[in-house]
Design a protein around this ligand. Structure first.
Ligand code: F6P
Length: 363
């Protein structure tokens, strides 16, 4: 039997289990493959004793509707750059990738499918370059991976955000308030943009269009002056004012060593300082966007990605990432997908359409 190792790395995301199930179901249609999962990304493989699980059809039965990942995940400790204490006491950053590849091979694994976002796919590429046959599957609610129209998990995050937004609209209108809802997305404004259009926001602030506070204030005042006495704002966690900077806690773990969050409070204060007299309330959706059962579209993308990834393994097309391009499921070299982020282009049709709907981006 040939052995395939499956890992889920980085932040969790609705649809991870559907990918795992897709891989296992497709593999079970072959006679000569068995599938194993490593707990918490590569941790389960690296530990002694290992923490691995044989993923048979009965183990993955029905899991496509479950949020999270049955094999766990972690976004801590990058194996490409781990701290190692030197004999003189100093700390040196080393890559464990060659060791990991050796270990995979010594445990009898012929191939790996790594499900994860940009950080995890950089690890996929490093393992591939070190001689491990690897296929990647793009995951993240942020939708910021290059080369794919959508990552799975994004649609669920947008649905969760839109449901919350709808609830905030009725309370905003009853109290004539300004409601600011902060969504995730890191340095990409996709979740905010889709939610603003789906929910009918008055204002949408995204990292790709640093906002002019005066324009935001103007829009709020004009709504109140026109007798529409409430305003709903969607703000992406990575958004910032033209003259300002991102709101984050520095020094914590995460991409670029910072954790985003709290910009809705920054904006709230800016609006108060600029003379907005209406009541302002802030809501940070946070990890609610990452949890829960995936919506149907994410289950479909994730399941197809899982099947396709297994087929790439069978065809021995390694170093590839499965992607969705123009409604077609295909693959691209992992290194192309991680060469740049997929962010909102301010001249995109979607942004222009949002403006056509009267949504202000504060520009
Ligand atoms: O990348 C996914 C994401 O949810 C981002 O939108 C967010 O900034 C970050 O992860 C949060 O990470 P953590 O779960 O480590 O707080």
């Amino acid at each position: 039997m040939k052995k395939l190792l499956v890992t889920t790395g980085g932040g969790d995301c609705p649809g991870l289990n559907a990918v795992i199930r897709g891989i296992v179901k497709r593999a079970s249609r072959e006679d000569d493959w068995e599938v194993w999962g490593s707990y918490e990304a590569l941790n389960g493989l690296m530990e002694e004793p290992t923490r691995l699980i044989k993923l048979e059809e009965k183990v993955v039965s029905g899991i496509h509707v479950l949020g999270g990942t049955i094999i766990g995940t972690t976004n801590k400790g990058n194996p490409m750059s781990l701290s190692e204490k030197q004999p003189d006491g100093s700390i040196k950053k080393i890559s464990r990738i060659p060791w990991i590849v050796d270990r995979m091979k010594s445990l009898g694994f012929s191939a790996v499918i790594n499900i994860g976002g940009d950080g995890s796919q950089a690890i996929s590429q490093a393992m591939f370059e070190a001689g491990m046959p690897v296929v990647g599957v793009p995951k993240t609610i942020d939708n910021d991976l290059n080369s794919t129209d959508f990552t799975f998990g994004f649609q669920t995050a947008v649905q969760t955000a839109t449901d919350s937004f709808d609830r905030l609209v009725t309370t905003a209108s009853s109290h004539h308030r300004v409601m600011i809802m902060e969504v995730m997305g890191r340095n990409a404004g996709w979740i905010a943009l889709y939610t603003a259009i789906a929910g009918g926001a008055e204002i949408c602030l995204i990292p790709e269009i640093p906002y002019d506070l005066e324009k935001v204030v103007e829009r709020i005042k004009s709504r109140y002056n026109n007798g529409r006495g409430f305003v709903n704002i969607v703000i992406a966690e990575g958004a910032y004012a033209k003259e300002g900077s991102i709101t984050s806690s520095v020094g914590e773990e995460g991409r670029h060593g910072i954790r985003l969050g709290g910009v809705c409070f920054t904006l709230s204060q800016q609006l108060k300082d600029a003379g907005i007299e209406a009541d302002i309330r802030e809501t940070v959706l946070g990890h609610t966007q990452r949890g829960g059962t995936p919506v149907a579209f994410d289950r479909v993308i994730a399941s197809v990605f899982g099947v396709k990834a297994m087929e790439l393994v069978l065809e021995e097309k390694f170093g590839q990432l499965v992607v969705l391009q123009n409604n077609d499921y295909t693959s691209v070299p992992i290194k192309d997908a991680i060469s740049a982020y997929h962010v909102v282009n301010p001249s995109d049709t979607l942004v222009q359409a949002a403006k056509g709907l009267g949504i202000s981006f504060g520009d």
